[in-house]
Design a binder for this molecule. Structure first.
Ligand code: GDP
Length: 284
């Protein structure tokens, strides 16, 4: 479901999350490992400043492992704990509970010192649409929890999902908006499929993707599209790929819509391999 984020929606989403934060000990901030900053909410630091946070680099199965390691270092240097996970297969998900416990150890120790009974750590999953919040909740719950819809403003009774003895999770995630006013960030979100395709200009995104591949993954581009060399001009490159794939219209013109669609589909389905669309250096 596409969300239209209006100022009113943003304020409401923020208010709802602030309410949920009162009930929990730790926030699991879910980001897409292929775009770890572009898939963050621009106000996240301010919104969750009161709680310890674990950044979960989800879809790590699709990201470039060497760059994921760079991102882990980036967050570590900022004092933010991370874990790489793949919510779809469950890889890495088993470490979440113990990592969460480490983050709130001091708080729990203090409670025990005061004579309170130790209890499970309570957590909230937060993230922008499509980063995999529902997939992760279902994975942790080991069953299918109905998706409540990516609509801020839908309220229902909060329930806790027990994850082993150590962790309890709110069954509805907190949904935040991405930083869509920034054009490059918008293109990165679009390239990974984080924005509904009906809203997109495929050709514009494909041109962005080709420029990116040419710079960061030229060998894969050559191999996938059987190119001997990569033309300097990105439109020529677009043309050549269309011709190689035989996407021609009447008069022998390349069908750009079809070519753009294939480039995006292949990027998203890992036909171009595991890749990451941004590095920490891009933000320096
Ligand atoms: P939500 O909007 O944040 O709740 O996102 P969803 O849980 O609906 O996931 C969005 C899409 O990403 C779905 O097609 C999921 O199957 C896919 N997905 C979620 N997590 C992963 C992951 O770790 N790896 C891969 N490859 N796909 C994932």
């Amino acid at each position: 479901m596409t969300i239209q984020w209006f100022p009113g929606h943003m304020a409401k989403a923020r208010r709802e999350i602030t309410e949920k934060l009162k009930m929990i000990d730790v926030v699991f901030e879910l980001v897409d490992a292929r775009i770890p900053l572009a898939s963050r909410n621009p106000m996240i630091d301010e919104i969750v400043s009161s709680k310890p946070r674990l950044v979960l680099l989800n879809k790590a199965d699709m990201a470039d492992p060497a760059i994921t390691a760079e991102w882990e270092r980036y967050f570590r240097e900022k004092g933010i704990a991370t874990l790489q996970i793949d919510s779809q297969s469950g890889k890495g998900v088993g470490s979440i509970a113990s990592k969460a416990r480490e983050l709130v150890k001091d708080k729990i120790d203090k409670m025990i010192q005061k004579g309170m009974k130790p209890r499970a750590v309570r957590a909230l999953i937060l993230g922008i649409p499509n980063v995999g919040k529902s997939t992760l909740i279902n994975r942790l719950a080991k069953k299918n929890i109905a998706k409540t819809g990516d609509r801020p403003g839908i309220t229902k009774k909060q329930q806790w999902i027990k994850v082993g003895k150590e962790l309890e999770l709110l069954d509805t995630p907190g949904i935040l908006w991405p930083k869509f006013e920034d054009q490059i960030i918008g293109l990165r979100l679009a390239a990974t499929g984080a924005i509904k395709d009906e809203l997109l200009d495929f050709q514009e995104i494909a041109v962005y993707v080709l420029k990116f591949l040419k710079e960061r993954y030229p060998e894969r581009l050559k191999e996938r599209y059987k190119l001997e060399s990569i033309p300097e001009d990105v439109i020529e490159l677009f043309d050549e790929i269309g011709k190689k794939r035989g996407f021609l219209q009447g008069g022998g013109w390349v069908d750009y819509d079809k070519t753009a669609e294939i480039i995006l589909r292949e990027l998203r389905s890992e036909k171009l391999g595991r890749l990451t669309l941004e590095k920490p250096d891009d933000y320096e």
